[in-house]
Unconditional design. Sequence first.
Length: 368
Amino acid sequence: MMTTAALADHDAEADLIAAVQAAAAAGEPLAIRGGGTKAFYGNPVGAARVLDCSVHQGVVAYEPSELVITVRAGTPLAAVEALLAAHGQQLPFEPPHFGPAATIGGAVASGLSGPRRPYAASVRDAVLGVRLLNGHGQALGFGGRVMKNVAGYDLSRLMAGSLGVLAVLLEVSLKVTPVPPGRLTLVREADAVGALTLLQGWGRCSLPITGTAWLDGLLYVRLTGSESGLAEVRQGIGGRPLPDADQFWTELREQRLAFFAGEVPLWRLSVLPATPIMAVLPSPQTPQLIEWGGALRWLRTDAPAADLRARAAAGGHATLFRVNAGSAPADGVFTPLPAVPMRRLHQRLKAAFDPAGLFNPGRLYPGL
C-alpha cells in the first residue's frame, strides 16, 4: 500500500457508528454532510441533525499498478486527484468539485460526472466496492478492491447517485485510469444544429474524443493520445487549437463559465444524443449549452417543470439542477418515478438499508 503525507489519515468509523446508533435510538433523522459543496443539488433534507463525515479521511489502499484506489469517504477529492496525478493516473469520470471542500464520498453519492463521462466511464461504472453504515449503525462491505471480483447484482454501485438516502458511505474503492500522453482541444464555429450534426458524425467514428461542448456558436472538442495521433485526427476534425484548454474544461466542469451565472433556474436534460435541438427548448431564445456528444443539454429557463420533463421524456429525463431564484416543483427537482418502480425498487431498497428513514429524508424523492 502506498500513502502520501499530503493526505490526512483519520479513521472516524467508530464515531460515525455511535452517531447513527444514537440517532436511531432517538428517532431523529440525519442530514449526511461531507464537504457541503453539493448541498444545493437535490431536494431539501427533512432533518435537523447533521452527520459530519468529512473527518473520516485517508487512503486505505492504493497500488498504482492495480489501477484501483480505496479511500475513506471524507477524504478531499482534490487530494485524491493529486495523489493519482503523481502516479500518472486519474479518475475516469472527471467529477465536478463545486468547491475546495469536496469529498470523494460526495462525488460518489451525487453520481455527477464531468465532460469525460460518455467517453470513459460514469461514477457507477468506476465503483468497485464500498463500506457503509446502514440504518441500524452496522458497518457492511459490498464489492471489493480488485477489478474482477463481483458476480451477480452489485449492491455497491447502488450508492452512486443515491444522495445518501440509503446509507452512510465509509469507504469507496474506485477504478482509475492512466493519464493519456497528450491532449488537444479544437474549436470551430457552428450553430447548434450544425454542431449536433458534426457530433453525430464523429460519434460513428473511432476518434479519441474525451470531451465535447457547444456554447454561443462555438463547438469545442477535446482529444487525447500521442502527438502523431492527435496531428492526424486534427486534420479530419478541423478547427483551431484552443489556448488554455485545461482552464476551459475545468471552468465548464465546475460551472464557472458565464453561461452558469445568474438567477435563472438551471435545468439539466439527459436525452438521446440525436434529439433535435428545438425539441428540448421551450423557446428559440432559451440559453443552452450542449455536452456529451448531444446527450446532455443545459438550459437556463423558468419554464414549467412539466413542460421540460415532457420534452425530455422520449429516452431521457429533466432535473432542476440549481433552483437559484426560482422555486422547486412540488413533486421535487428530479423527474418523478412511476408508482410501480418507486414501490418495488426504491422503497424496498430504502426499507432494506434504512428502515427507520434516518438518512437524508426527501433528498432524492419526496417521501423517500
